[in-house]
Design a protein around this ligand. Structure first.
Ligand code: ADP
Ligand code: ZN
Length: 314
């Protein structure tokens, strides 16, 4: 059997765009990223994404056999059309798969970014497990499931849309239109928004600033009481949700990735402790909660894994 060619992988986040060339063994041959600048709208952002892809190809040299694309959902993996993700305002019916295929003159495969990352972690995470749940805590919050060695897509390709699992049925308004979704609490955007509300009119070190999730993590570490309460509430909520997912899926691993996980142990330790304490004991004993080892490249590896999966099964 001939060895497949490397693939180009594109990762569309609400904060950053990333592109890379990934070899069949998961080696990242090139990796470049830029800000998304989501306010510029889909036409301008897609153009910069495609240019970034060209840059990744030029840096890696050689040719590639396909393009994998990870993007926030909802989207249709069968047609590669993006269907108005809450984190990408204005991206209604954007034919991303078609645009990518046209620019690179290659087959292009589009998948939910967190579903893609779940497959990337399964293939190349270095974990040696058959069942895992991946959660991205980034600009948005989403997840993907690998069950018995297969990535879970569902009937319409949105299966494992874990960001919109309801953690409080009368809770905060979510960008998807529902109330109380996990994304309305634990995404970077929601952490920042909740912090902005909490510090309004207070003497917190964050009051009056344009707050990001990174600021909340830093100020919580520095001892600001409002930031600390907010961080504790966030990790408690995420831990509770991870416990539910452990009960539902009985994974061997829950892998956390995305920009907010740059907070490291400050995020992982309380989430892991809460999840393993609150899940059903047999499921909890079979599971661990860890951080992805891939850092910012996790989305690119996921998109590449989707392309390889499609090439292998087509
Ligand atoms: P994208 O959603 O585009 O993939 P990222 O995965 O980098 O982008 O996630 C961006 C989010 O991560 C932002 O909300 C940002 O505030 C947050 N973030 C970045 N660094 C840190 C950090 N050290 N601690 C906590 N949050 C962080
Ligand atoms: Zn929602």
């Amino acid at each position: 059997m001939t060895q497949p060619q490397p693939v180009l992988a594109l990762d569309v986040g609400g904060t950053k765009l990333a592109a890379g060339v990934v070899a069949p063994d998961g080696a990242v041959r090139s990796f470049v990223q830029i800000e998304t600048a989501v306010d510029e709208g889909p036409t301008a952002v897609v153009k910069r994404l495609l240019d970034l892809g060209e840059q990744a190809l030029a840096e890696a040299g050689g040719s590639v056999g396909a393009v994998g694309v990870g993007c926030g959902g909802p989207l249709d993996p069968a047609t590669g059309v993006i269907l108005g993700p809450p984190g990408l305002p204005g991206w209604d019916s954007v034919p991303l798969g078609h645009l990518v295929a046209e620019r690179f003159q290659l087959p292009a495969y589009v998948e939910n970014d967190a579903t893609a990352a779940a497959l990337g972690e399964y293939r190349w995470g270095g974990w040696d497990v058959e069942n895992l749940v991946y959660l991205t805590v980034s600009t948005g919050f989403g997840g993907g499931i690998v069950a018995d060695g297969h990535v879970f897509h569902g009937a319409a390709g949105q299966g494992g849309e874990l960001g919109h699992v309801v953690v409080d049925w009368q809770g905060r308004q979510c960008g998807c239109g529902a109330r109380g979704c996990a994304e309305a609490y634990v995404s970077g955007t929601s952490i920042a928004r909740r912090a902005t509300e909490a510090v309004a009119g207070s003497d917190s070190t964050l009051a009056g600033l344009t707050i990001t999730a990174k600021d909340v993590a830093e100020q919580a570490r520095a001892g600001d009481p409002i930031a600390r309460d907010l961080w504790d509430e966030t990790t408690a909520m995420l831990g509770r949700m991870v416990a539910v997912l452990i009960n539902v899926c009985e994974p061997q691993l829950v892998v956390l990735g995305g920009g907010v996980t740059r907070a490291g142990a400050q995020l992982l330790d309380p989430v892991r402790a809460a999840a393993l304490r609150q899940a059903m004991p047999p499921a909890a004993r079979a599971c661990d909660v860890v951080l992805s080892r891939h850092g910012d490249a996790v989305g690119v590896l996921g998109a590449a894994a989707i392309a390889y999966e499609q090439l292998e099964t087509s």
